[in-house]
Write a protein of this length. Structure first.
Length: 197
C-alpha cells in the first residue's frame, strides 16, 4: 500500500515502505480494554488542559478515546476506540467513516503501535477527517515499555521522537508549533501541537 509520503523518517535513516510489521489489533483491544487504566488528569499538557484549547462550536475527534474522559467536558466531541465500550463509535481509525469534518483531533497515546507504514497511514486517515483549517494535539510514547503491566512488553510501540513529530506534520500539510515533554508522574511522553491554516 502506497502512502502519500513515499518515504518517512525513522530515527536517523529514511526507510521505504517495502517492509513492515503488522501489529496485533486483537491483543491491543484486549490490553487497552481490560488491563490499561487512564491517567489523563495527571498529564500537564495532554490532559484536561486541552479542554481550554477548544473554541465554542468546534468539533473534536478523539482518536483512541479510551474511557472517553473528554466527553463530559467538550460539547461537540466524537470519541472513537476499538477497545473501550465508552467510545461513541467502537472502531479503529482505519475503519472509521466520519459523518463530518473536524476542527480538532486528539491523538493521545492512540497512534503508538506498529512499525513501517502502519502509523503513517493512521496519521493520513486522521488528516482526512479534518477541516482544511484544523489542529491536532498529540501525546506519543517514545518507544518506552513502561506501563504497569508485564503485558506491556507484548505491545509493538512506535519509536516516536521530536524529529518524527515534525516530519509527519510537514508531510501531512501541518506545522508542528509546539513540542514538550509531558509526564503523568511515572511515564515520560511527548506532547505536540500541529496546526494547519
Amino acid at each position: 500500500m502506497e502512502h502519500h509520503c513515499d518515504k518517512y523518517y525513522y530515527g536517523r535513516t529514511i526507510f521505504d515502505y517495502d517492509c513492515f510489521i503488522m501489529h496485533d489489533q486483537k491483543f491491543l483491544n484486549y490490553y487497552f480494554g481490560s488491563v490499561w487504566k487512564p491517567t489523563t488528569e495527571q498529564y500537564l499538557y495532554s490532559g484536561f488542559a486541552l479542554v481550554d484549547k477548544i473554541r465554542p462550536g468546534e468539533w473534536v475527534l478523539d482518536v483512541g478515546c479510551g474511557h472517553n474522559e473528554f466527553k463530559d467536558h467538550i460539547e461537540n466531541l466524537v470519541g472513537i476506540d476499538p477497545a473501550c465500550e465508552q467510545a461513541d463509535v467502537i472502531t479503529t481509525i482505519e475503519d472509521y467513516r466520519p459523518r463530518r469534518k473536524f476542527d480538532v483531533a486528539f491523538c493521545l497515546g492512540s497512534l503508538n503501535f506498529g512499525q513501517g507504514e502502519i502509523v503513517p497511514n493512521q496519521i493520513s486517515k486522521v488528516v482526512s477527517c479534518m477541516k482544511p483549517k484544523s489542529r491536532i494535539y498529540w501525546r506519543v510514547n517514545p518507544g518506552l515499555y513502561d506501563h504497569d503491566s508485564d503485558l506491556c512488553e507484548s505491545c509493538d510501540f512506535y519509536p516516536w521522537d521530536t524529529d518524527l513529530l515534525e516530519y509527519f506534520a510537514d508531510c501531512n500539510g501541518y506545522k508542528c508549533v509546539r513540542i514538550e515533554e509531558d509526564s503523568n508522574g511515572r511515564n515520560q511522553r511527548l506532547y505536540a501541537e500541529w496546526v494547519r491554516s
